[in-house]
Design a protein around this ligand. Structure first.
Ligand code: SF4
Ligand code: SF4
Length: 435
């Protein structure tokens, strides 16, 4: 009889979380059981028939194909070459804000990597020549040629930097981001005011380039990798301990997507990525500043996806899958629990007179504003539909002011709320007003 230790076990196939290889996510795509936990708000938090869906795509078009469950089936069919790229198929994949609501929803029941599968499918679309879409050409060319989203002279960033009053401290580098460098000046102005009041300082980067969020989001992994390598190397060369950002998209890109693209874990970057609300929360807690001025308004806080469910640190993984998909070593799952939910609410609640109201879809269950990841450029009707859905919720809450921690959410809401009635501000601006 053959003894157990005489038999050489066949080697198990190695997998990783590398999004550039769709094979890593075949297990996840094929194990979707169509329970639709990715579409609905967590059941215990559903307040009624209204505002019970958290997937923007499913809300826009109530066909299975638009939900993550449909996209997973399409993904498998593409992987097995049973489907070809068509205009409709690309709409299904790209009229999706990669907001992560499906991913954290799915992980309530099953540990499937839905978000990574969606990103990987876009990379496949680009590699096979089906994407990026014609509507994305302009923004791609702007980022790659001028290093900012708007196709403006990149040296223009210095105008803002020269106009601000701030204390210099080389241990913190402030990465302003494209939108605040060229248009949303009130955000860096407010950030400077809060840090000045606290006695804290920072330095600007003299050669800031776009973080490349849109390039990565569209599936252009090779180009995104070049940007990530350049940007990470630049920060390392400055030997700063902290990279400060005030844009949610930049935050996710630096903290999660750069390490993901570069094969690192977040803690191997060599510097800490901090959003303004994390720093302001710490400074408030430690008594560096105190909001004094009353703001007697009802305020709703919108959890921008990239400072909430999408910002858990990235932990690289490679290993095998065994019975029932059990991974060896275990994967440290990203479930959105390290989002900056508490920080934002603590900051707002510290302002005298301000009454914070919770929206029905909140924290991990928040509905995305509908602006990001290339959707506004290619599917403006989808983007408009989603922001209007979110605004209905804000109006129903009785809020007089809508606050977020992302300039992209802010301009998207402001555009849709141009009839007045509800003010739209970034959290840094509200805080600066209270000083
Ligand atoms: S929650 Fe997960 S398993 Fe359930 S339908 Fe959605 S993707 Fe499929
Ligand atoms: S990423 Fe967001 S929009 Fe896309 S399928 Fe998932 S929940 Fe829907």
């Amino acid at each position: 009889m053959v003894k157990k230790d005489e038999v050489q076990k066949p080697k198990r196939k190695q997998f990783s979380l590398d999004v550039s290889d769709l094979e890593n996510f075949v297990y996840d795509m094929s194990r979707c059981v169509k329970c639709k936990g990715c579409k609905w708000v967590d059941h215990i938090f559903i307040e009624g028939i209204n505002y019970s869906i958290r997937c923007p795509s499913s809300l826009w078009k109530p066909y299975d194909a638009y939900g993550a469950f449909g996209k997973m089936r399409i993904g498998i069919a593409l992987y097995e070459k049973r489907l070809e790229w068509t205009e409709k198929l690309l709409e299904i994949l790209y009229a999706c804000t990669l907001c992560g609501a499906c991913d954290v929803g799915c992980k309530r029941n099953l540990d499937l990597e839905i978000g990574l599968a969606l990103e990987s499918l876009r990379i496949k679309a680009v590699r096979e020549g089906a994407a990026p879409l014609p509507a994305h050409r302009e923004v791609i060319s702007n980022v790659l040629k001028t290093h900012n989203r708007f196709g403006l002279k990149n040296e223009g960033r210095e105008n803002l930097q020269a106009s601000l009053r701030f204390k210099k401290d080389r241990s913190i580098l402030y990465f302003v981001g494209c939108l605040s460098s060229f248009h949303e000046f009130h955000i860096p102005e407010a950030l400077c005011k809060v840090l000045m009041e606290s006695g804290w300082g920072f330095e600007f980067l003299d050669e800031e380039w776009c973080c490349g969020n849109v390039i990565y989001s569209l599936g252009m992994i090779e180009e995104a990798k070049k940007i990530a390598e350049r940007n990470v190397e630049l920060i390392r060369s400055k030997k700063a301990n902290v990279l400060l950002v005030s844009c949610a998209e930049c935050y996710r890109m630096w903290k999660v997507d750069y390490p993901k693209i570069l094969g690192l874990s977040t803690d191997e970057l060599g510097f800490r990525v901090t959003h303004f609300i994390e720093l302001a929360f710490d400074l408030l807690k430690e008594g560096y500043f105190r909001p004094r001025r009353k703001i007697e308004r009802k305020v709703a806080y919108h959890d921008s996806c990239s400072v909430s469910r999408l910002c858990d640190p990235w932990v690289k993984w490679s290993g095998t899958r065994g019975w029932m998909g059990i991974t060896d070593p275990p994967i440290k799952r990203r479930r959105g629990i390290f989002g900056l939910y508490l920080q934002a609410r603590t900051i707002l609640s510290s302002i005298p007179g301000l009454k914070l109201v919770e929206l029905p879809r909140t924290r991990e269950n928040a509905l995305c504003c509908g602006a990001g990841r290339g959707t506004k450029e290619a599917f403006p009707e989808f983007s408009d539909f989603v922001v209007k859905e979110r605004i209905k919720e804000v109006k129903d809450s009785g809020a007089e002011m809508l606050v977020s921690s992302c300039p992209w959410c802010k301009i998207h809401f402001r555009g849709a709320l141009s009839d007045g009635g509800i003010d739209v501000l970034d959290i840094s601006e509200v805080l600066a007003l209270s000083l």
